[in-house]
Design a protein around this ligand. Structure first.
Ligand code: 9Z3
Length: 336
């Protein structure tokens, strides 16, 4: 909604009440539009899950990157969520190396497993190549070993159909795809692993409250009020995939809030574990809090030596979580 001499985007009638109750997940799906490729994502995910489970491979859904929240239906501007997709992309690699097949639901153009190493802020694709005296394209010798290794691994994984990489841009693309893929993983019960590392917006403007066209600066300053996004972990854990293994991430900037917020999330949603991290130290230290021992937070911290040698913390996170997943599967078997 835009007023005459002031741009006011008003999401819902809840205008100035930050404590207003969020709508529930069902209403969210009724009021918002699914991505145009949702049927394709659903069909390809179904085929991927069927092929991999038939071969006895465990399947993990890794979500990665940030969601956007558009301000206009014909979107020129949007609010973005912080995330380069590094955590998700590296984690997917370690899951693949550990024998899991991976649905990598990620923000379009964010980092992807394996490829992420060859398009960094310092080095682009062309930096790895040179033209030989014979006029052919060759790999610079210093990169050859790592490239041969990664290409072989990546081609192997792709040819075995162990990696499917659907994308999202907006919050609603993400949520519709998450719900579809979760429903498809549900029949796998405890074998299905959800690793929810995407940075998902907590606020949005419902489609029916959004302006159609580009907001005009000639109309003055812009005031924004956004609705709260329903807490999707709740239906995911309680009804979409109630017997599955679900790990969420908690991101804070204030260390004093982190542990309490992570525990609160486990209490509220009842899933298996939260990986808690602080924005500025996320690459070097995380805490894993499990539902069955909530009073303990297990720290994973890289040593100075490891940081110097560019060791990736995700290898320790994944190793630990796979162990917890295996005991979850065992416990589910013995209690059924
Ligand atoms: C995370 O906490 C991830 O670890 C990061 C990774 C986004 C920090 P990068 O992609 O960063 O490597 O640059 N993800 C979850 C963030 C989030 O939105 N969590 C919600 C919350 O904290 C709950 S699901 O409230």
């Amino acid at each position: 909604m835009i007023s005459q001499n002031q741009n006011v985007i008003q999401s819902d009638s809840l205008l100035s009440s930050p404590s207003s109750k969020a709508i529930d997940a069902d209403s969210y799906f009724k009021k918002n539009t699914p991505p145009s490729n949702l049927n394709e994502i659903t069909a390809k995910s179904a085929e991927f899950i069927a092929t991999n489970t038939k071969l006895g491979r465990p399947v993990v859904l890794v979500t990665s990157g940030g969601t956007t929240v558009p301000l206009e239906n014909n979107t020129v501007r949007f609010v973005d969520n912080f995330s380069a997709g590094t955590r998700g992309a590296i984690s997917a690699e370690f899951f693949l190396k550990s024998g899991y097949s991976v649905i990598f639901l990620h923000r379009k153009h964010s980092l992807q497993p394996f490829n992420r190493k060859y398009a960094t802020p310092e080095l682009g694709f062309l930096d790895f190549l040179f033209i030989s005296q014979e006029g052919t394209v060759k790999i610079k010798p210093q990169y050859e070993e790592s490239l041969i290794h990664d290409i072989a691994l990546f081609n192997d994984i792709i040819s075995q159909n162990r990696l499917y990489m659907p994308t999202f841009i907006t919050l609603s693309d993400y949520l519709f795809s998450l719900r579809e893929i979760t429903n498809l993983l549900n029949p796998l019960g405890p074998n299905a692993f959800f690793y929810l590392a995407a940075a998902v917006s907590d606020f949005f403007i419902p489609a029916d409250k959004m302006v159609e066209h580009k907001i005009q600066s000639s109309e003055g300053e812009l005031s924004l009020t956004m609705n709260q996004v329903p807490k999707f972990l709740k239906p995911l854990v309680n009804s979409w995939a109630p017997n599955s293994f679900v790990v969420s991430f908690k991101l804070e900037t204030d260390p004093n809030l982190l542990e309490a917020k992570a525990r609160l999330s486990l209490e509220k949603y009842g899933h298996q574990a939260v990986v808690a991290n602080i924005l500025h130290t996320r690459k070097n230290v995380v805490w894993i809090i499990k539902r069955d021992s909530m009073d303990k937070a297990e720290e994973i911290r890289l040593s100075d030596e490891e940081i110097k040698n560019h060791v990736e913390i995700e290898q320790y996170i994944i190793k630990k979580l796979i162990k917890i997943h295996n005991s979850f599967i065992q416990n589910s078997k013995s209690s059924s």
